[in-house]
Design a protein around this ligand. Structure first.
Ligand SMILES: Nc1ncnc2c1ncn2[C@@H]1O[C@H](COP(=O)(O)OP(=O)(O)OP(=O)(O)O)[C@@H](O)[C@H]1O
Length: 302
């Protein structure tokens, strides 16, 4: 499979601080890549380098298999982006704003109607942008980014500040782009929950370093849940299980079983009952992807 974006040991240093520290992104074609990290992790800095808005300290960037240093203009012709707050003309309508950008890009007038349709703003095309909600403004920003039919769309925290319905709208919109338009999308966020339903690949950064990069399925595997047992004496019970080779841990007065297949759980319960312990409850630990993400980034920070 081809990669649309590949960075090799990318570094950006501000004074003594490495805001981006050895990041090797690999973003396959046709994916929605969720670029995740807490505030200040280095997402925007990475994105600014990808868009040629900032030079790197070291490392390389290849987009569409071309070196960004050497073929910047050619590459950026096929990239659309929405980084931080997009600039609009508030006193112009959505359609008039798009017309300004259409002329810059030199694309046919028909694109305006098409992109308004894609972002579902056709009904308010004649409305002044100053009357738009934040969610509508973000969708207009995406419409502008789509005008020249880019092969790659880069969105920096597009759901920041949006209410839940605005987040859902953006989510639906982004999800359609790879299938309908063959596009690859990079979307950054500090909240995994916001993008766990749209991303097919995920890269997690913390303090400038990449700490996880793989498919969303493999991230879900990390989120595999322990089974928690409430028993009569959790300290002695977890010891008894460990002695018999069961991966068990005592925590908060409960026994945590890491191996959570039906066979393992029933075997552990049988052992405990045989040893005279009372087993009151067996429950799956409720651990969301967000919990896993927080644990990963916290673990890294400490
Ligand atoms: N122009 C700059 N000069 C000095 N330091 C900078 C500059 N830009 C970013 N930084 C620092 O680099 C680090 C990473 O910032 P960056 O904005 O890339 O993080 P982020 O992951 O995008 O976070 P956020 O979600 O808050 O935007 C921060 O410590 C920030 O203070």
């Amino acid at each position: 499979m081809g990669y649309v974006i590949q960075t090799n040991h990318l570094v950006k240093q501000f004074g003594q601080e490495k805001a981006v520290d050895n990041i090797s992104l690999a973003i396959p074609e046709g994916e929605v890549y969720g670029f995740l990290g807490p505030n200040g992790a280095g997402k925007t800095t990475t994105i600014r380098m990808l868009l040629g808005l900032m030079t790197s300290t070291s490392g390389s960037i290849h987009i569409f298999n071309q070196d960004l240093n050497k073929e910047r203009i050619d590459i950026l012709k096929h990239v659309g982006s929405l980084v931080e707050n997009p600039s609009y003309y508030p006193h112009l309508t959505a359609e008039e704003n798009l017309e300004v950008f259409r002329k810059v890009y030199g694309v046919p007038k028909s694109r305006i109607r098409e992109v308004l349709g894609v972002v579902r703003l056709s009904d308010v095309a004649g409305k002044k942008v100053k009357a738009f909600s934040l969610g509508m403004k973000q969708r207009l920003g995406i419409a502008i980014a789509l005008l020249h039919q880019p092969k790659l769309l880069i969105l920096d925290e597009p759901t920041n500040g949006l209410d839940p319905s605005g987040i859902i709208e953006i989510r639906h919109l982004i999800k359609r782009l790879p299938d309908e338009f063959g596009m690859t999308v990079l979307i950054s966020s500090h909240l995994l929950s916001e993008i766990d339903q749209i991303a097919t690949s995920v890269g997690i950064i913390s303090e400038g370093k990449m700490i996880f990069q793989d498919s969303i399925e493999n991230l879900r595997e990390h989120a595999q849940q322990n089974v928690v047992l409430r028993v009569s004496d959790s300290i002695a019970a977890s010891q008894a299980l460990l002695v018999r080779g069961v991966d068990a841990k005592n925590q908060d007065g409960r026994v945590y079983l890491h191996e959570n297949s039906d066979d393992h759980v029933s075997q552990a319960i049988r052992m405990l009952v045989q040893d005279g312990y009372a087993v009151y409850r067996a429950e799956e630990e409720k651990r969301s992807l967000e919990d896993i993400f927080l644990a990963m980034t916290k673990g890294h920070a400490s």
